[in-house]
Design a protein. Structure first.
Length: 236
């Protein structure tokens, strides 16, 4: 019992230590405490990016580039990746784009970073606290949860901001209701379609594709109604 309430990762939490010192830490108290933590305090976080920034509305929206052209490991790795300058230079090497499409001065910071063999210091937007030791990013994408569900309508964002709270309640809400969120692996990056599709589903439409239906059924029976809810799954 005490092992369950005081697993090792909690040592990193000063607040937990403080409460633990005052007296018994009951699950009930813990419950009130975590449900009482603010749900939305980081929503909207939008740091200023280096240079002229990177515009998803232009690249992923207007030019229609797939997310995986740049975020190459979202299906394979525990952590998503930000592309290197090399990926940008595939198009932004001087003279590659036809004159009328070349953003010229606006990509000077990209060319300079490349020439100096440096990476662009993009500022991180989505970041879970270290004590959330296990968030297998790829497993979510592979189970057919769209980028849209966790990052919002990136295709319409000139500057990326945090769209969802990333709170514990938010994780658990989805794990308890996977049927509201699975669109299937073949659709995960089709964000415009996904937004419309999930809005219809929220209004009650039974619109899951056969691919999505199969996954929903298998998750419901295999992963305790669709996703882990035991503390150790996410805190390790
Ligand atoms: C041409 C390359 C490119 C494409 C295509 C692209 N991205 Fe990005 N993405 C970037 C770069 C560069 C950054 C870092 C700068 C920034 O945050 O704006 C980034 C940042 C992000 C972030 C924020 C990461 C953080 O710091 O938390 C998310 C989320 C994201 N992209 C999702 C997507 C999604 C979803 C798509 C497809 C709809 C997509 N991206 C398409 C290059 C790309
Ligand atoms: C597949 C080709 C391609 C790749 C890869 C690409 N871009 Fe672009 N980018 C374009 C095109 C085309 C435009 C001009 C779009 C327009 O204005 O019509 C552009 C425009 C831009 C602009 C100017 C935006 C503005 O406000 O007008 C910046 C800055 C930029 N890209 C940065 C990057 C960075 C950083 C990367 C790598 C993460 C990258 N691009 C990767 C094709 C690409
Ligand atoms: C189930 C929710 C979820 C889904 C689905 C999801 N992400 Fe994420 N993503 C996150 C969270 C949470 C983080 C922060 C992870 C951390 O701090 O360890 C993140 C981080 C990122 C980052 C930042 C990586 C870095 O090192 O700065 C990028 C880029 C990204 N996601 C892109 C995508 C793309 C593209 C898709 C769709 C193919 C996608 N994500 C699908 C929740 C999700
Ligand atoms: C929009 C839906 C959604 C959100 C939000 C979400 N998850 Fe999940 N998560 C899933 C689904 C679906 C699975 C089942 C994947 C599988 O088993 O293939 C899963 C599985 C997992 C697993 C278990 C993987 C395994 O080994 O079986 C962990 C750990 C996890 N999620 C952590 C998190 C954390 C931490 C957050 C919040 C930061 C989060 N998830 C947010 C849908 C979601
Ligand atoms: C699905 C993943 C997931 C599961 C399961 C989970 N947590 Fe969390 N937990 C999180 C995330 C994500 C955060 C960070 C929330 C934030 O940054 O606001 C968090 C935060 C916390 C915090 C810190 C709260 C704060 O305000 O700083 C405590 C304590 C905690 N969890 C305890 C637990 C306990 C006890 C359990 C089991 C009953 C549990 N968690 C199960 C994902 C999870």
């Amino acid at each position: 019992m005490s092992n369950m309430l005081f697993p090792r990762w909690m040592n990193a939490l000063p607040t937990v230590a403080a409460i633990g010192a005052v007296g018994g830490l009951t699950t009930a108290a813990l419950g009130t405490w975590y449900w009482a933590t603010p749900e939305f305090w980081e929503v909207g976080y939008m740091p200023t990016q280096p240079g002229t920034g990177f515009n998803h509305q232009i690249h992923a929206g207007r030019l229609g580039m797939d997310c995986r052209y740049c975020h190459t490991n979202v299906e394979d790795s525990h952590w998503a990746n930000i592309p290197t300058v090399n990926t940008c230079m595939g198009c932004h090497t001087e003279g590659k784009l036809a004159q009328q499409f070349d953003p010229g001065e606006k990509v000077a910071f990209v060319r300079e970073a490349y020439a100096a063999d440096q990476s662009i210091p993009w500022r991180r937007i989505h970041k879970l606290p270290d004590y959330v030791g296990n968030f297998p990013h790829h497993m979510h994408v592979d189970a057919g949860v769209s980028c849209y569900s966790c990052h919002g309508q990136i295709r319409g964002m000139p500057v990326v901001y945090q769209d969802q709270s990333l709170s514990m309640g938010w994780c658990l809400d989805c794990h308890r209701n996977v049927e509201d969120n699975i669109v299937g692996p073949s659709k995960v990056t089709d964000l415009v379609w996904v937004e419309e599709h999930l809005k219809e589903r929220a209004r009650g439409a039974d619109n899951a594709t056969p691919e999505a239906k199969r996954i929903i059924e298998s998750l419901k029976s295999s992963v305790a109604e669709g996703g882990p809810q035991n503390c150790g799954a996410c805190h390790q």
